[in-house]
Design a protein around this ligand. Structure first.
Ligand code: A2H
Length: 256
């Protein structure tokens, strides 16, 4: 992205219960004490939408590392993201990557995590094939109300859940109204997916268009419709939710 530096909000989603396969893989790893918390870290540009998080996406074709923050706290991201975080004071020792284990994305499917702001509370890890290793942490919070990508990926999975061995009950399509816009109502992602006739996550060209419209309309014309900042503009809400997440320790920021 040229010379532009982007600030991501890194949302800490605590593992509540590992999938059977992740649990198997990690049972041989004695570097993670049984009373420690492992957080899957989702990178987002839209912290104000996190009230509407319904799933957590990983790529089934990537491997994720687990990194030691303290005796009680571990973070999960891609190894690529960890190389970046090591120079942003996220890990305890500057430039040192404290990797203790690795798990494949496909083994993580079905893991239950706590989404800090979500009205849903505990949500499942499901697959998203379009996740790129080259950005963020490789872990994405699903917000089907405001992200056309997230919405169509979830709809698609709900139709053919057994693909990737996904249990139908992991896939959550309770789309919650989080942001209101004069142009597209309070569920802009489903509205745009319908308007642009997007039928599949593979419809890249129209999805890119939808993402751009959703992003700009939400930011410039959106009003918070849920949570403590309901009624405020998205521009105000974004800063307030970001700060609330940082103050509560549920997120940190980093740049790339
Ligand atoms: B956003 P940028 Cl509601 N691969 O968060 C693919 N997508 C990724 C990713 C990866 N490795 N890492 C992060 N992302 C997504 C919320 C959201 C996002 C909404 C609307 C739009 C939106 C909920 N998902 O992003 O290319 C994450 O999804 C539209 C671009 O680095 C993150 O913010 O600018 C955003 O893309 C980062 O994209």
């Amino acid at each position: 992205e040229g010379v532009l530096v982007q600030e991501y909000v890194a949302l800490k989603c605590k593992v509540v219960r590992w999938s059977a396969r992740a649990s198997d893989v990690l049972s041989s790893c004695d570097s993670i004490p049984s009373d420690a918390d492992v957080f899957m870290i989702a990178a987002t540009l839209r912290p104000e939408t996190m009230y509407g998080q319904t799933n957590l996406f990983v790529s089934p074709s990537l491997t994720y590392g687990i990194f030691r923050i303290s005796a009680k706290e571990f973070y999960m991201t891609t190894d690529r993201a960890a190389r970046n975080l090591a120079y942003q004071s996220v890990f305890p020792n500057w430039g040192v990557i404290p990797r203790v284990a690795g798990v494949s994305g496909s083994d993580l499917l079905g893991t239950l995590v706590r989404a800090p702001l979500s009205a849903k509370g505990d949500i499942y890890v499901i697959p998203m094939d379009s996740i790129k290793e080259s950005k963020g942490t490789g872990i994405v919070a699903s917000v089907p109300s405001d992200s056309p990508d997230d919405y169509i990926t979830t709809v698609d999975l709900s139709k053919k859940a057994t693909l990737h061995g996904v249990e139908p009950e992991w896939v959550c399509l309770d789309v919650l109204p989080i942001i209101n816009t004069p142009e597209h109502g309070n569920m802009i992602a489903p509205a745009l997916v319908e308007k642009l006739k997007i039928n599949s996550p593979n419809d890249e060209r129209r999805l890119l268009e939808a993402q751009e419209i959703a992003y700009k309309t939400g930011f410039y014309h959106g009003t918070m419709a849920y949570g403590p900042f309901a009624g405020k503009s998205v521009q105000e809400g974004k800063a307030l939710v970001r700060q609330q997440l940082l103050d509560s320790g549920d997120a940190f920021t980093y740049c790339e």
